[in-house]
Design a protein around this ligand. Sequence first.
Ligand code: OGA
Ligand code: MN
Length: 292
Amino acid sequence: MPVTTRQIGPCFAAEVEGVNMTKPLSEEEVDAIHAGMNEHAVLVFHDQDIDDEQQLAFTQSLGDIEHAIGTSLRAPDEYRLPTSFADVSNLDKHNNVYARDDRRRLFAIGNRLWHSDSSFKVIPAKYSLLHARSIPSKGGNTEFADMRAAYDALDADTRAEIEGLICEHSQIFSRQQLGFTDFTDEERERFKPVRQRLVRTHPATGRKSLYLASHAGGILGWPVPEARAFLRDLVEHATQRQFVYAHKWTVGDLVMWDNRRTMHRARPFPAHEPRDMRRTTLMGDGPTVAQV
Ligand code: OGA
Ligand code: MN
């Protein structure tokens, strides 16, 4: 079946038809998906009745995967899924919904802030693929913002000002914004800041985009309050509704996004209802900038 796309967002994001993730992909299908990602940055695939193995095989046919090791507050013996998955659910390893005040849940609420996956890692993520296994009765949308359109809409002075800037990203910064500061010494060490460029050039399209995330807590050479106020203004600019696609989930949807060119955030839903979302992630090509 030919792979076709139809734009559904304001300046990006498309729905895909003609892909069946229970079957191996042909070379043409792989090429069409990458081409669709280069054009639209977010692709929505409906009615994908797949298990973990099939999600992983589909993901691996597109590139090398990133493992989710030590990126949440789950201890290794608390993992519900193998480390080839980021567990984006609100479930413990026995599939029970976390208590409202469970610190692993409170940490995961950080996903409600605009971010780009793994910007807190030296090599940040390329694509993320999120599959809906069970969804709450209401709420729980995921929103995406087009950082290329947001970059294009900046005035020339701002573009010149941000061109060479380097930010520091850490999950400690994003959680701090929500008043979550309850980290152990081991976690503080594990979540040490990494450097990322504020402006990225997409390797396939040559287009520039803003590289922002709630994890960004500083700009090298800038006083912290000034950097945070500046980053906050950029996020506010970049997440205006004309740059946003909001995805309302149906079980079986798989949404794939390019973290190099988009931000996303989860929206709230009833705390006691299960939401089982499983993410596989493709590793990025390399760091955006040299580390110290
Ligand atoms: C993610 C993420 C948002 C959501 O999977 O990386 O941020 O709505 N998910 O669960
Ligand atoms: Mn995310």
